[in-house]
Design a protein around this ligand. Sequence first.
Ligand SMILES: [Zn+2]
Length: 470
Amino acid sequence: MSDAELLRELARRRLAKGTMDLDSIESTAEEAQRDFGEETLAAAIEALPPEDGRPVPCPKCGRPAAVKARNRVRHILTTAGELRLSRNYHYCQHCEHGFAPRDAALKLPEEGEVSTAMERRILDFGVNDTFESVAERWSIHFPTRISSNLVRRVVDRAGALCEAPLSEENLQVAARPRPEEPASMLTVATDGSMLLTREDGWREAKVGVVARGGCFPPGVERARRRIEDARYVAVLGGQQEFKKSLAAALAAERADEVETVVWLGDGAAENWTLARELCPFAIQVLDVPHAAHWAMECGKALLGEGHCLQRHWDARVHQLLDADGPDTIISELMECLSLTETDEHLAALDTVIGYYRTNAARMQYRSLRVRGMPVGSGIVESAHRHVLQVRMKRAGQRWSLQRARRMVRLRAVYRTAGAVHFHQALRDGRVRPPARARHVLVPNAPRRVKQRQRSLSRVSPLNRAWLASN
Ligand SMILES: [Zn+2]
């Protein structure tokens, strides 16, 4: 009997027992798949050649390591059911390292209780939904049941890899390949977002976006800039940690060869320090919504909350900001000095004027707009939502610091790589990167210097103007 004939006969026998609606046919087919899968799994494991019990080289030092225990059992949850694997356990006296050669031969994950294929599925659910909800939803999709604790463990292990990768740049490249040619333009934007932790109350998670894209004429920018073309960085930690991660994303994007880099920020001094250190050639831009926000706050203070003239004030603010530099808006604000009656009024004016003077060189909005460059940091604000908030700021959520640190990083990799490539990116990101060619290929060095000089000569006029004025 051929395989096909056998399957037909089996199906006939299964269906002969019950009614014949599509629901029951479908579940019969699923049942058959499951039984078939479990049997195939068991048969394949039984068919493995027996282990001979001789010492094998230790994976760490290469010295022979003898068997310490025979038939040690490991349970692995696979997509085809539970696998009970008994195999020899070896121990290296020199390294004090125990291992099972069969696990390596089967390419099982070193740790944990799930197969690689299961891990991929659990992670896909676990970075998108709460652990409890994943365990519940799982049973709709798959016949095996899993607990919320299993989801938590799988996500924690993956998160630990992201938190301390061998190389952050390598993880970035694994998530999104390095461009063959550097983009003509990059937009970099950074911002902070608060997360509620158990140990420490609200803590700031820093998010950075490095987006490819050319210049677009005014008006079409919003529609054309796509978040799919972006790398994300997210860190629950200090500025140095954030800087390191952002540097890796910029290196993966070949930022030092890009003609025009626009760095958008909200005016916080540490932001510009970061820009100067990581991308000294970038055009720094004070994000327009933040620039307008402070003038509108000043209007509220002068007019009083809810005043009927506020909307005219706001419209005038936007009108005056659409210029090269804040000189006009500053002089109109100065004219309001005669209207000030209290110290609060004076302080409100002083704040916004000081803010504009500090950032004057970063407010060349008209020229930037004409050239189709971004002036608003909408990409990083939407990044807060789709990188962090959708998973980490649900009602009642409070995170342990360690788990939050890991999830923040996992989410950034997830959004950079996309759902389909996410798991493979995590695995590829674990490989230690080869030494970068430019450090070892000495004969090529002069050519590379020339390339670098050429790329500097390509700096756009606007960039040059920015560099000259600073
Ligand atoms: Zn050893």
